[in-house]
Write a protein that binds this ligand. Sequence first.
Ligand SMILES: Nc1ncnc2c1ncn2[C@@H]1O[C@H](COP(=O)(O)OP(=O)(O)OP(=O)(O)O)[C@@H](O)[C@H]1O
Ligand SMILES: [Mg+2]
Length: 293
Amino acid sequence: MNEQIQIPFKKDGKIISLINMKGGVGKTTLSVGIADFLANYRGGSNKKILLIDVDPQFNATQALLDNYCDEDYFESILPKERTINKLFKPQVQFSEESKIPTTEEMIVELTDNLHIVCGDLNLVLANKSSDYSYIKKLKRFIKDNNLREIYDLIIIDCPPTLTIYTDSALIASDYYLIPNRIDRYSIIGISSLQKAIKNLTSEEDIDLKCLGLIYTILDDELTAKQIDMKTNFEEKSEVQEVYIFTANTSYVKDIQVGKQGPIPTRYKKSRNDLQDICIELLDRIESKELDNV
Ligand SMILES: Nc1ncnc2c1ncn2[C@@H]1O[C@H](COP(=O)(O)OP(=O)(O)OP(=O)(O)O)[C@@H](O)[C@H]1O
Ligand SMILES: [Mg+2]
């Protein structure tokens, strides 16, 4: 009798950091939206997604746990340190071997296809040590646990500051994606981000590509002033080297005050935006991968 040999299908997941040095531009909302949409809203073609929250504000964690998880963050997740802090907490003893946690120790399953490494408010304290020896730990956690073979995409929500957490996220990533809100100071966030990325890629010898910039929280109709700001922004050399997504996120009041919380997939208008964003995002990744062949 012919016995068929089953070769397990291994994925080749890509890692994307959502980042902008400017605060409040919609990084977290977009990270949560992309992760949730790809994992839970594509019917038969859902993707397996891991969201990693490296922001000490841990807003992505709060939003997703509130919606998808029975466990209480402060009762069962934080005390057992099933959070990103496991990677960044200082070693207690000098002789202690630097251990990389297992997936069971760090990952919380929200739905079949959506998993999370929770953020941790203690990161605010840990960062005071700003110990640079930690910056490769996230990359090692992903590698040692073969996470690329398990997930189609790993999405990292970054804080709006240059810290060891943003460096760790970028070092672990294949790509970065820039959510950007049109305002007078947008350019400052992009210039400082591009400078930081140039320094990091030359110092650490990493291959990190920009997937593009997504305009966020757009009003249905831009005012003449906003159009002017957008034109000025796009004329800047730092922006000219970046691909600008056709898809964007519209202003949806319910994301701030709606009964269903800050998860954009819960609202039809945002869900439509996310569908367009995800199609463009997956196309961009595919074309970037083909560039390398
Ligand atoms: N499409 C949207 N429509 C309306 N409000 C939005 C939308 N996206 C985000 N917001 C709101 O804008 C604010 C900032 O969003 P968010 O927290 O995602 O930004 P952020 O860039 O992650 O901020 P931070 O820099 O503090 O991490 C929040 O109050 C959020 O609810
Ligand atoms: Mg945020």
